[in-house]
Design a protein around this ligand. Structure first.
Ligand SMILES: [Zn+2]
Ligand SMILES: [Zn+2]
Ligand SMILES: [Zn+2]
Length: 244
C-alpha cells in the first residue's frame, strides 16, 4: 500500500481538531486515507503503520510496535495480526470456501508460510519472483505450491493477499495460461471481490488502492478485468481462460 496523504486547503472556518495534537486545525492540513486530519508540521516526526498507513500515535492507533525486522505496526493492526499456524488454518479454510462459491474449485495441495520482511526481500532478490507490493510470493514445483506471506499482517490484509496468491495457484492447477497483465488483473479481481464482501473501512481503503494502482500490470490489469466482470460476469471470464 502506498502512503496517500492529501493536502486540504479549507476556505471555511474549521472548528475541527487535529487528530494528533487535539488543537484546532489551520487552513492547510493533511488528511490520510482513513480521514484523519492533522497539521502538516507533524509529518516530519510521524511514523506510519506499514500495514494500514495510519500515523502511529496514542490518539489515532492507540500506539504501536516495532517488529524485529524494523517494520512499524500500529496497535489496531496488531490486534488482528496473523502470527500463528492455527490462525492460518482457519483463514485457509474460509478462503477455499470463498473461492469455491465463486466457481473457483481449488485443490488443497499448497502450504502457507509466514516469513519476516528480511526473508521476503532476500527471496525476492534471489529469485526475481512475482510479488504483490512485496508482501507475498508463491513458489510451485511438480508436487506442491508454497505461499509465503509477511507475518504480522492484519487479518483482512492477510486474507486479501492470500486470495490473490491462491488465485495464481488455481490458474496453475487448471493449466490456464494467460498473459501477465490478465493473470495479475484476475488475481486482484478475485481479491477485490473478497474485499467488497467484507464491508469495513479497511477493506474499502484496500479496494480503493487496487483501483488507483498506477502499475501497468497490476493496476491496468485489474481495471481491465473489472470491466470484463461488469460486462460479462464471472462465468464468462472463467470460461474464457479455458479456451486459451
Ligand atoms: Zn496537530
Ligand atoms: Zn495499522
Ligand atoms: Zn500476483
Amino acid at each position: 500500500m502506498i502512503i496517500c496523504l492529501t493536502l486540504i486547503t479549507s476556505f471555511i472556518f474549521s472548528s475541527e481538531l487535529c487528530s494528533l495534537c487535539s488543537t484546532p486545525l489551520s487552513k492547510n492540513f493533511l488528511t490520510d486515507s482513513w480521514g484523519n486530519n492533522f497539521h502538516p508540521n507533524h509529518l516530519k516526526e510521524s511514523i506510519f503503520c506499514k500495514s494500514c498507513n495510519r500515523v502511529i500515535s496514542e490518539s489515532i492507533t492507540q500506539g504501536g510496535y516495532i517488529l524485529p525486522d524494523s517494520r512499524y505496526i500500529c496497535n489496531l493492526c496488531h490486534q488482528s495480526s496473523i502470527t500463528k499456524n492455527s490462525q492460518i488454518k482457519k483463514i485457509k479454510k474460509t478462503s477455499i470456501n470463498f473461492m469455491q462459491k465463486l466457481g473457483l474449485e481449488i485443490i488443497d495441495n499448497f502450504n502457507i508460510n509466514l516469513i519476516d520482511q528480511n526473508t521476503l526481500l532476500d527471496s525476492l532478490k534471489e529469485h526475481g519472483l512475482h510479488s504483490i507490493s512485496f508482501q507475498a510470493f508463491t513458489k510451485c514445483d511438480e508436487k506442491e505450491c508454497n505461499i509465503y506471506i509477511l507475518d504480522y499482517l492484519p487479518k483482512i490484509l492477510f486474507q486479501s493477499i492470500l486470495i490473490h496468491e491462491m488465485t495464481h495457484i488455481w490458474l496453475r492447477q487448471n493449466n490456464f495460461i494467460t498473459n501477465l497483465k490478465e493473470e495479475e488483473g484476475f488475481c486482484n479481481l478475485v481479491s477485490s471481490y473478497f474485499l467488497k464482501n467484507e464491508q469495513s473501512k479497511f477493506s474499502s481503503i484496500l479496494l480503493k488502492s487496487l483501483f488507483e494502482n498506477s502499475d501497468t500490470i497490476y493496476g491496468n490489469g485489474y481495471r481491465l478485468m473489472n470491466k470484463k466482470l461488469e460486462e460479462f460476469g464471472w462465468e464468462k471470464i472463467i470460461n474464457d481462460f479455458k479456451k486459451k
